[in-house]
Design a protein around this ligand. Structure first.
Ligand SMILES: Cc1ncc(COP(=O)(O)O)c(C=O)c1O
Length: 418
């Protein structure tokens, strides 16, 4: 019998990126890492678990429910804290949830997007994603057998170009059923959609009858400028809101949610989401739900207070990384730089453009020889987009680590340009 590796979807590189992000630092313990978009370890405070749980117990004591049943038994598929999440969305986002059963509490964004995709796609249809894009969506779409069409980021941010792509697919008989978007500070490139572009994309969704999967993972991490309304707040009827508490509380809880589209004449997706969930994880661990609910109650249903000190600390790190980049790659005599980068108003990442290709092998070379791990943006691409780009994450490094890491990265770039 042949021992050759079979050519299955499990060999697809898209499915390896999350693992790679989590393992590359362990494989190179001697190197500083700017690879993973983890929240700062300092914000992952176990005391929040006790605080949240105690506050939730107090809350339940006033309701007549049995804590034993709520916390220790199999639970309601859609969750036990839906109303608390709905109130939080009203408070922080002005998103009005009409039916709390439109909220399904999930094990992180990852389960939320799995359920949304399962409830939208049955056999046919196309998912549009910006390219490059967070591998959590493209990986699960691949596993579910959903045809995914990458749209170069510049076209994705341009409503006219996006319409043309959708119409070109239509002319080949391919129906766009959903568009995935991270409107605030995307991963990996930290791009955002303007209010105008959010509205235009929503009008297109009505016209062409597709849904928007809105991922709000980085929404609470804006460092300058005014908040822009979420797409869900602008028009709930076309949007599956995919929320995560990974960055805004901590990822170990594995807590997130999906809010189905709502509005007059809109098909209720809640029952579909629950049916899929009942067969995947049965229900989200009640203990984790209790911690999140308790923390929301403790903070008057708002994540803004909890995240303000975090955002301040991330803003300092972003500023520091920008200063280090300025020093490392100064303007040349022709007032140009060999290396360029964006200046995002929020999120966890800065995206750097190098004058040479930077992929998997270059990442290893840089880690092994220059002791710094930076992640090739192209590994988030389904095409050859972003071949010379690097995603730098400042979220889980101290300022002195950032100084040292950017200096090592500079030495790597100089070595490559010799
Ligand atoms: C774009 C994006 N969405 C969502 C998440 C969070 O996912 P989860 O809640 O499954 O940890 C991340 C984490 O890296 C992310 O980058």
């Amino acid at each position: 019998m042949s021992s050759a590796v079979e050519n299955t979807i499990f060999e697809d590189p898209t499915l390896n990126v999350i693992h790679l992000l989590n393992s590359i630092a362990q494989e190179n313990p001697q190197a500083l890492s700017l690879a993973s978009g983890r929240p700062d370890d300092e914000h992952c405070d176990p005391a929040l678990i006790d605080l949240g749980l105690a506050r939730y117990r107090q809350h339940i004591a006033n309701t007549g429910h049995s804590l034993e049943t709520l916390l220790c038994q199999y639970g309601k598929t859609s969750g036990i804290i839906n109303e608390i999440i709905a109130t939080h969305l009203q408070m922080d986002e002005e998103v009005h949830v009409c039916n709390p059963e439109s909220v399904v509490v999930c094990m992180g964004f990852q389960e939320a997007c799995t359920l949304a995709l399962l409830s939208i796609f049955e056999g046919s249809g196309v998912l549009l994603v910006p390219d490059p894009v967070f591998c959590g969506i493209t990986g699960i779409a691949k596993l579910l057998g959903i045809k995914t069409v990458p749209v170069p980021m510049a076209d994705f941010l341009d409503p006219v170009a996006l319409r043309k792509i959708i119409e070109a697919l239509e002319s080949k008989g391919e129906k766009t059923r959903a568009v995935y978007a991270i409107p605030d500070f995307s991963n990996p490139t930290a791009d955002s959609l303007s209010y105008h572009d959010r509205k235009t994309m929503l009008s297109l969704a009505h016209e062409k009858n597709f849904f928007i999967l809105e991922d709000t993972a980085y929404r609470y991490f804006r460092y300058e400028g005014e908040d822009i309304a979420s797409m869900k707040a602008i028009d709930s009827s076309r949007v599956f809101l995919l929320g995560s508490f990974a960055k805004s509380i901590f990822p170990g809880l594995r807590m997130g949610y999906v809010v189905a589209p709502e509005g007059t004449g809109v098909m209720p997706f809640g029952p579909r989401l629950c049916k899929a969930k009942s067969l995947i994880t049965v229900n989200t661990p009640a203990l984790c739900q209790a911690v999140v609910a308790g923390l929301l109650l403790e903070n008057h249903y708002s994540l803004k207070g909890l995240n303000q000190p975090r955002a301040l600390s991330y803003a300092k790190k972003r500023n520091h990384m920008l200063e280090c980049l300025e020093r490392a790659f100064p303007l040349g005599a022709d007032a140009r730089r060999a290396v360029n980068w964006n200046q995002p108003a929020g999120g966890f990442f800065i995206n750097v453009q190098l004058p040479f290709v930077f992929g998997y092998c270059e990442m290893r070379e840089c880690a092994e020889q220059f002791k710094v791990i930076v992640f090739p943006t192209t590994l988030f691409s389904l095409t050859n987009e972003a071949a010379g780009q690097v995603r730098l994450s400042f979220s889980n490094a101290t300022t002195s680590q950032i100084t040292q890491a950017i200096d090592s990265f500079r030495r790597y770039v100089e070595f490559r340009l010799q």
